[in-house]
Design a protein around this ligand. Sequence first.
Ligand code: KG4
Length: 338
Amino acid sequence: MSTIILGIESSCDDTSASIIKNDTILSNVIAGQSVHEEYGGVVPELASRAHQQNIIPVVFKALKDAGITAEDVNALAFTRGPGLLGSLLVGTSFAKGFALARNIPLIEIDHLQAHVLAHFIQEPDSRKKTPEFPFLSLLVSGGNSQIILVRNHLDMEIIGQTIDDAAGEAFDKCAKTIGLPYPGGPLIDKYAQQGDANAFTFNKPKIPGLNYSFSGLKTSFLYFLRDQLKENPKFIDENIPSLCASLQKTIVEVLMGKLIRAAKETGIKEIALAGGVSANSGLRTAIEMEALKRGWQTYIPKLSYSTDNAAMIAITGYYKYLKGEFAGQDAVPYARNR
Ligand code: KG4
């Protein structure tokens, strides 16, 4: 028997709805929010309002694209957290209303767990190889940098994480200091292709164990620019590509250093990337190089499943559905990691 799940994602600034049938995707609709561009970051109040506007049309489109109606949906999975509270409330309230009206199970999803499970989304026309358990997931996004030991779909342990900024935040904040618009990560990646990655060096954090820290790197970048600008007021304009390349190289080296250590300590060679920063070309190349050197089997998500999307919510919902892990109508969103 097949199970149809409607996934709803509204944790930050993307409103998304997706339909999956068992582990196979039928539709994935994402409405971004351009309203934040002029502010250089996501404005929570504006995000909530835009979700409120987008959620019904996005769900209708997801149902239409999948060629089904609301009556065909067997369960509803929604992001309960972490994220912006006002944004999460929109998705949560919609999910509760839908599940109540249709009298179907409600499934609460942790956004980070969903990023990790994005690798299990199958396309209708071909089945791809999925990570074998146990595997390590390097989850790098605008809000998180974690190394997660994944024992099975629903059993995960965070074995390393950032103690301050996330990797995506480091990309975005450093991009801002050189005048690039938000989100700066993709632009740094783009300029880095034309620059010299060895042109400049920045201090790397010295944090024990498997944890990360990126706030020191951001400060090192800022002080370096301040000193250079004293000598040459046009320093930034004349060096954008090499600044981007050198910064990207440093962030990637920091991320890879702890990942290699985690792989050595656990003896695990199944390595998966997750989160928005997994789109970074430097990180993708670095992980493939290490894979060749160390005999890792690596899994890099499709771009549309690495940034925020509801397909990953729906697939996680499917595994929870199989276990009968349902939420009550009293489920309340949570803003921070749990
Ligand atoms: O997972 P995500 O879409 O959103 C959340 O953080 O929830 O990740 C967004 C982050 C942003 O910080 C963005 O700058 C970063 O991912 N990012 C990149 C690239 N593409 C997106 N960072 C570096 N290189 C990229 N190509």
